[in-house]
Design a protein around this ligand. Structure first.
Ligand SMILES: [Zn+2]
Length: 303
């Protein structure tokens, strides 16, 4: 039997919001079983559950909203919680956005390790995919298919000489998430950064919290992985799929997808009768196991 987990003690940090550019204080507080992950905007007194039903805008980041109040850039923290197998936490934020920190999930993983984990008295249930579902938007696809484990297979390609193609498939376990996915940072193209700023986005963005791709190379000193970009897409997908509200037992197969498609395929799964079932998390193999990364093809471009 595997039990739901919360934090052993509360932890906090402060950082700036990627889009608002202002400092935000984040506090992670232990919660009772079945509480789920909920974001509390302490500055305005509104609590927003991290579920598919509360997805607001998905422009460049995933925003949750309720009663006209929103909390932005939730996906990296959600990925860290899901990646480490944490079910019940109250997330307090005193501003409109989760701090971006270094643009990856690694600082959240460190914070969660600092908090420690505590099992609760309620067994954990997994959302098992029983029938494939797929969403296609032109060349972008996202598919959820049955699997014995939580796996992600992702490929990306951009019209840019440095990033024609990257692909990676792996089984998501606390260990593979921590070592292979959590450190991968947000990225953007220099040509888009100005446009984002003009529309009031990415005001807190810098080379400290994003990899910026220029015409001839990466503006940052170096990448953390040769294929850091596809790893970050996997990170985003893990965070977005956490909005299902249960750990997933199935494989996401995504091509050129993003936040909107991750959410669309998750919504389609739960809206399709017979496409999923809730099963008790029993077998240790579902949460533990060896690092399962394999390169689908050599990572393209960035040498
Ligand atoms: Zn991201």
């Amino acid at each position: 039997m595997v039990y739901r987990r919360t934090l052993r003690r509360e932890v906090a940090c402060t950082g700036i919001g990627l889009h608002c550019g202002r400092p935000v204080r984040l506090r992670l507080v232990p919660a009772p079983a079945e509480h789920g992950i909920r974001f509390a905007r302490t500055d305005v007194g509104v609590e927003i559950p991290a579920t598919l039903a509360h997805i607001g805008s998905q422009d460049h980041a995933t925003t949750l909203s309720k009663d006209g109040v929103s909390i932005g850039t939730v996906e990296h923290l959600l990925a860290a919680l899901a990646g480490l197998g944490i079910d019940d936490v109250r997330v307090e934020v005193d501003g409109p956005e989760v701090p971006v920190l270094d643009g990856s999930a690694a600082p959240f993983v460190i914070l969660l390790h600092e908090a420690g984990l505590r099992p609760l008295a309620v067994p954990r249930q997994l959302l098992r995919v029983t029938q494939p579902v797929e969403v296609v938007h032109g060349a972008k696809t996202a598919r959820l298919v049955p699997s014995q484990h939580f796996e992600v297979s992702y490929s990306i390609g951009f019209d840019h000489p440095l990033l024609r193609h990257q692909a990676l498939a792996l089984r998501v376990t606390p260990r593979s998430f921590t070592d292979l996915i959590a450190p991968a940072r947000t990225f953007g193209f220099l040509r888009e950064v100005e446009l984002l700023r003009k529309s009031g986005l990415a005001l807190g963005g810098s080379l400290e919290n994003a990899v910026v791709i220029g015409e001839t190379g990466v503006l940052n000193n170096k990448l953390r992985f040769e294929d850091e970009f596809v790893r970050h897409k996997i990170l985003d997908a893990i965070g977005d799929l956490a909005l299902l509200g249960h750990p997933l037992l199935g494989r996401l197969e995504a091509t050129k997808a993003g936040h909107a498609l991750h959410a669309a395929v998750a919504r389609k799964l739960v809206a399709t009768p017979g496409a999923y079932e809730l099963v008790p998390a029993g077998a240790a193999a579902e949460v533990q196991g060896p690092i399962g990364a394999r390169q689908l093809r050599p990572a393209g471009g960035l040498s």
